[in-house]
Design a protein. Structure first.
Lengths: 353, 233
């Protein structure tokens, strides 16, 4: 009788790339459903379109690079890229904007640099920044959440809007869109009003029925699931949130009339999804423990700085891309000590390493 | 070994193109290529400067002592650029206002002093003149390609503001390819210039690779080319 022997490794790694990406997709579901609940069908239409485009571009560019198409597609990373992009853009974004953004994300940001694992920048955020900078008008059209508006578009009307780029007859952009809380805060403070005057609008609420905090909560739920499954580590999300909250709290205590509260900063816009899903991209983030903390804190502080004094109401994408540039240096400077060696190199008393 | 006349032409327009291979003069190349008319205007000014400076440097090549040759070249180039700047101010005032600081900055374009030092100071006047003209045309070609690409993507037109260069009948030369409110704004912004430039260089390398018979030969050639290309200031 012969025993079948196998060569090492005998311990199978807990996470394959495709498995990790599947977990991330599962963790994105609650937040995405919450967004769809508040903003209508557009969110789901965007996600489906962006994922389809992402997979199609990935297949095309991998084929053009003469690499195995199915093996690359099975790592599921294109799906996550498309999904995150779709959550970043407004729910009624025209289809051609999604197409251009995804093309930049997959072809330029990912595969021109060598594909998954080689991209220095987060592909979804590159795609989002490209369309944000290029098409400011389309990117500003956030519809009012359902809790504040009686007008909500059905699936057919949403599809028509997304595919043609123009609303169904009898509807106008001015009646269905609304400033986001971050926009309103920015405009209000810029116009010389105080924070309490701005937040008196029905757009704002502290975990009441307005949408934005709730969406953040559901993404938080998904993020905690990822932490629990050890897909991500706690360093980056915690550092991002503290990086936003600490400077925001400092300025808020100095002058609560002209600086919004830290709770508003953390739960508005994209900080939660950014902290748990975007900044933790294993390719473009820092990889050492200390490096991760510095990387996350840098993102958080940059978000606060750009929101408060910069030209855009939200800044997660810019902050992530800026810190992506720093990540290799952080990795280099924060290398952990190798076991058996001093911090500077070979162990003491040993001539050769 | 002296290059033949066809070599000079080929080098300037393609194989040793200042924009795509030597990567010289990137600052005006990227800053001014937002529209095709700006690109043509700056291209003509740069070509004229290259032609005249190469001729003058070649004329004095046996008289200028090597210790002071660089200051002499700079003086020559600066005088030529000043003359061209005054001429553009007089005859193409609108374009002059748009190009602004980038006309006087032609002085600092490394392609010009590079050709003066590397070619004109070692060759006879007609050959130096041909080299200046071809390098200038090669640079202008890259400028125009970049300008056309960015203008079409960014604002959907070709040859907008052509009247600044060609007088009144230039108004009719503007082509509107698609409505401009859907323009790809990124192409007009500085990052778009870098990306478009990268794509042009990639396209040139790809075309070259299609004509290379042997891969080893191309590797040798590219190695010597990159050694020959000095850093851009």
């Amino acid at each position: 009788m012969r025993f079948r022997t196998e060569s090492s490794p005998h311990m199978i790694p807990a996470h394959s790339v495709g498995g990790v990406m599947q977990q991330v997709q599962m963790a994105l579901v609650p937040g995405t459903l919450a967004m769809a609940w508040f903003f209508g069908w557009g969110v789901l239409v965007n996600v489906v379109l962006a994922v389809l485009f992402a997979v199609a571009f990935e297949a095309a560019i991998v084929a053009a690079r003469k690499r195995p198409v199915m093996a690359t597609l099975s790592d599921n990373s294109a799906i996550v890229t498309g999904w995150l992009f779709a959550l970043a853009v407004p729910p009624l974004t025209p289809i051609w904007v999604t197409l251009i953004g995804i093309a930049f994300a997959i072809v330029v940001a990912k595969h021109l640099y060598g594909g998954l694992g080689y991209n220095p920048f987060n592909p979804a955020m590159v795609g989002y920044v490209v369309v944000l900078v290029s098409f400011p008008r389309e990117m500003a059209l956030w519809p009012a959440p359902d809790t504040l508006s009686d007008l909500s578009l059905g699936l057919g009307q949403t599809l028509q809007t997304v595919l043609t780029g123009s609303l169904p007859a009898a509807l106008e952009w001015d009646t269905i869109t609304r400033a986001t809380p971050l926009d309103a805060m920015r405009e209000g403070l810029g116009a010389g009003r105080t924070v309490s005057e701005v937040t008196a609008s029905p757009l704002f609420g502290s975990f009441s029925e307005t949408s934005w905090e709730w969406i953040g909560n559901f993404f938080l739920l998904g993020g905690l699931y990822l932490l629990f499954r050890r897909i991500i580590h706690w360093h980056i999300p915690l550092a991002v949130i503290l990086g936003v909250a600490i400077p925001a709290g400092f300025f808020w205590m100095l002058d609560p009339d002209s600086f919004a509260s830290p709770a508003f900063h953390v739960f508005s816009g994209a900080v939660i999804i950014g902290a748990f899903f975007i900044a933790t991209d294993p390719v473009s983030a820092s990889t050492t423990p200390l490096g991760r903390i510095l990387y996350g804190a840098g993102i958080g502080v940059l978000i606060f700085i750009i929101r408060t004094w910069g030209g855009y109401p939200d800044a997660v994408a810019f902050a992530v891309l800026l810190m992506n540039m720093v990540a290799p240096t952080l990795d280099h400077l924060t290398r952990p000590r190798i076991f058996g060696r001093s911090r500077r190199g070979p162990p003491p008393g040993d001539g050769h390493a | 070994m002296n290059p033949t006349l066809t070599d000079i032409i080929r080098d300037g327009l393609w194989h040793n193109n200042p924009g795509l291979v030597q990567l010289l003069g990137l600052c005006p190349l990227l800053a001014i290529s937002g529209t095709m008319v700006n690109a043509i205007g700056l291209g003509i000014a740069t070509t004229l400067t290259l032609l005249l400076s190469n001729v003058l440097v070649s004329l004095i090549r046996n008289h200028a002592r090597p210790e002071i040759r660089i200051p002499v070249y700079v003086l020559i180039i600066a005088s030529i650029v000043t003359a061209i700047e005054l001429a553009m101010n007089a005859w193409f005032h609108g374009l002059y206002l748009i190009l602004g600081i980038f006309i006087p900055l032609i002085v600092t374009n490394c392609a010009i002093i590079g050709r003066a030092e590397a070619f004109a100071s070692r060759n006879s006047v007609p050959r130096a003149a041909l080299d200046g003209l071809m390098m200038g045309l090669g640079f202008t070609g890259v400028l125009i390609a970049l300008g056309a690409l960015r203008e079409v993507l960014g604002q959907g037109t070709l040859m907008a503001n052509a009247h600044l260069l060609f007088g009144e009948w230039g108004h009719g030369m503007t082509l509107q390819l698609y409505p401009s409110e859907h323009g790809f704004l990124l192409a007009l912004l500085p990052p778009g210039a870098f990306m478009a430039m990268g794509l042009l260089i990639a396209a040139k390398n790809w075309i070259d690779s299609q004509f290379e018979p042997e891969p080893t030969a191309s590797r040798d050639e590219s190695a010597t080319e990159s050694e020959a290309a000095p850093d851009n200031a």
